[in-house]
Ligand binder design. Structure first.
Ligand SMILES: NC(=O)c1ccc[n+]([C@@H]2O[C@H](COP(=O)([O-])OP(=O)(O)OC[C@H]3O[C@@H](n4cnc5c(N)ncnc54)[C@H](O)[C@@H]3O)[C@@H](O)[C@H]2O)c1
Ligand SMILES: [Zn+2]
Length: 596
């Protein structure tokens, strides 16, 4: 297939355009080229680029195949003299082996047309950003400045450059261009020494494991998950670890240590593992940098080997967040493992990449997106939690159920009450309900988090329950009607469900099913703290922070969409209707204080 060719020329390299064009095998006069460029026109030429060695200023031309159009596009960028000299040498070498050049060109075309590249939104996004910021004539297909490694060195290569057959290509690219601050003066143009800008694009990918063990097995010395569960079975890394003496630093919440400390110690002793256990009181009140530094100090003292000795964090969400932040800072990133011991952290904190501590009066204000090497899951820890705390975790499960899983929804509808009452203990070896509920919660959460690990997209179904719920949680804090996080999430979900019905998105029957499901899970569907004033304030905060309402709302059972344009009148009507419907049953009494 023959591809039409386009030349994109930028004002700063105008005077070189004809030479560049000449290099394409057709002479175009300077005047014509300048004219075309000044109108931002794109010249369509045929043929491949034959390098011309003796022309200044040094111009790099490249050709690539636009993934969407199938058009091959040429563009140009000045390079600083040193790099360009080397570049010229490369070209000489390439000219001597034209068969390589052809092979390379084919390879690039194939890559450019490959679905994986077409679907590469990261590249496209950067391209769009650059196109958006740059002058129209500087249309810059930056994604095509590939990096290839040969002779132990990385080089920027362009689609028509030839590279040795053994070259390795990176997903990263470095795209040089003329700086937007270039003066465009004659001197600059003549010398080719104008200021430049680069976009460095690197793909950072994370792999982390979320691994369940059978109920009650994690602290059994026969189970090696605590030591090796972060490494995929059968991999050389796991085989190597299994064959090597292990050391572990364990950081554990004081309450959890009181309950399970002996078992943790016995586990490491039974397996003959050198270990230290750091016990810290980790609560929402002292979830601070101070504790992060304490953990980091102990990591230093333990002389942790950051390649082989992941720090083990054992506790609720607070502990996991503190240790996670310490590990993400220690030597810039040291692997850590999360062992969640609360229902909430089991299905929420353990599956994501986030960690953080409270700072300057704000929740989780300091933190990072560095996932653990693994989250190791054993639901038998819930046995020692108060019922209210278990229900707190179930709220986040109900969130996923209402948003996207009819199966999880029905399981919670049928079994929510007993799961809370029995703290997820299976009734028999054949009772798979507790495990299935936890698995569906985790998997649906992972589905939503993995493509948006850094929360770049603000349209998040996992925000259901958190649009006005967070303000409610803060407002209720320390008062008579204090709410746990999951409880405020449940109150928010209840309101949103009523709103959804009022908007005609779900039926009355579906609305009542959801409200009853929440009640069954021992969760409040209303709070006296949520008055209309707080509600309108929370909505305006949501709009400000999320750049729009972006309310995830149920549109069926286990199905939801994001909504942005709900009128004030609809919100007000739904709020008052929700109060009428839910207040008498859900919140006239302080919700659920006495359950635990
Ligand atoms: N990083 C994330 O993605 C993420 C997600 C959700 C929540 N979080 C954070 O998690 C925290 C809330 O988590 P949490 O509810 O687990 O709170 P938590 O860690 O404070 O634990 C709640 C209480 O339960 C105790 N506890 C822990 N395990 C126990 C057990 N097995 N038996 C008895 N008591 C036990 C703790 O000592 C604590 O007193 C918040 O700080 C929140 O910001 C983080
Ligand atoms: Zn939450």
């Amino acid at each position: 297939m023959a591809f039409p060719r386009l030349i994109l020329a930028e004002p700063l390299v105008q005077d070189a355009a004809p030479r560049g064009a000449g290099a394409c095998g057709r002479q175009v006069s300077t005047t014509l080229a300048a004219l075309l460029i000044s109108f931002g026109l794109i010249m369509v030429l045929g043929g491949g680029w034959q390098p011309v060695e003796n022309q200044e200023p040094i111009i790099n031309m490249a050709s690539y195949v636009q993934p969407h159009t199938g058009l091959s596009t040429r563009f140009r960028t000045p390079l600083p003299p040193i790099a360009s000299n080397r570049f010229r040498q490369q070209i000489k070498a390439q000219a001597a082996s034209l068969h390589d050049d052809d092979r390379f060109r084919q390879q690039i075309k194939a890559q450019a047309l490959a679905p994986s590249l077409r679907e590469d939104t990261g590249l496209e996004q950067i391209q769009h950003e650059i196109m958006g910021k740059a002058a129209p004539s500087a249309l810059n297909p930056a994604a095509k400045y590939r990096l290839a490694q040969y002779d132990d060195t990385w080089h920027i290569v362009h689609p028509e450059d030839s590279v040795p057959a053994q070259a390795v290509f990176s997903d990263a690219f470095v795209a040089p261009s003329v700086s937007e601050y270039a003066t465009g003066s004659n001197e600059e143009e003549k010398s080719g020494a104008g200021v430049m800008a680069w976009v460095s694009h690197s793909k950072i990918s994370f792999d982390y494991r979320v691994v369940e063990v059978p109920h009650g097995n994690l602290l059994d010395p026969k189970c090696d998950a605590l030591l090796f569960g972060h490494l995929s079975p059968g991999t050389p890394e796991r085989q190597e670890a299994e064959a090597t003496a292990q050391r572990r630093l364990v950081v554990i919440d004081k309450t959890v240590n009181d309950l399970y400390g002996d078992k943790v110690k016995a586990y490491f002793e039974a397996r003959g593992i050198e270990h230290e256990i750091l016990v810290l009181t980790m609560t929402e009140d002292n979830k601070s940098m101070e504790l992060v530094l304490k953990v980091a100090e102990r990591m230093k003292k333990f002389n942790i080997d950051r390649r082989k000795e992941p720090v083990l964090a054992i506790g609720g969400g607070v502990s996991l967040d503190i240790v996670g932040l310490a590990a993400s800072l220690f030597r810039r990133r040291t692997p850590y493992i999360r062992v969640p011991t609360t229902a909430l952290s089991y299905i929420d904190a353990s599956v994501g990449a986030k960690n953080g501590v409270n700072f300057a009066g704000s929740k989780n204000r300091l933190g990072s997106y560095v996932p653990p090497a693994a989250a190791l899951l054993d639901s038998s820890f819930f046995a020692t939690q108060p019922h209210r705390d278990v229900a707190n975790g179930v709220a986040e499960m109900a969130k996923m159920a209402i948003m996207k899983s009819p199966e999880l929804y029905e399981l919670l509808e049928q079994h929510g009450a007993r799961l809370v009452a029995e703290k997820f203990a299976p009734r028999s070896p054949y009772d798979h309900v507790p495990q299935r509920v936890l698995q569906l919660s985790i998997q649906t959460m992972l589905e939503e988090l993995s493509p948006n690990l850094w929360e770049n997209s603000l349209d998040r179904l996992v925000d259901f329950g958190h649009a006005v719920g967070q303000d409610l949680e803060m407002a209720a804090l320390g008062g008579e009607h204090e709410l746990q996080h999951g409880e405020s999430v449940a109150v928010d979900m209840s309101f949103m469900t009523v709103l959804s019905q009022q908007l005609g998105l779900i039926s009355e029957a579906q609305r009542d099913r959801t409200l009853n499901m929440l009640r069954g899970c021992k969760l409040p569907v209303w709070s006296p703290v949520m008055d209309y004033e707080l509600f309108t304030h929370a909505v305006s905060e949501r709009v400000r922070n999320s750049m729009g309402q972006r309310f995830p709302l149920p549109v069926g059972i286990g199905e939801a969409r994001i909504f942005n344009d709900i009128s004030e009148a609809d919100l007000s009507r739904a709020f008052h209707f929700w109060e009428e419907l839910c207040a008498p049953m859900g919140g006239a009494q302080p919700p659920l204080k006495k359950i635990a």
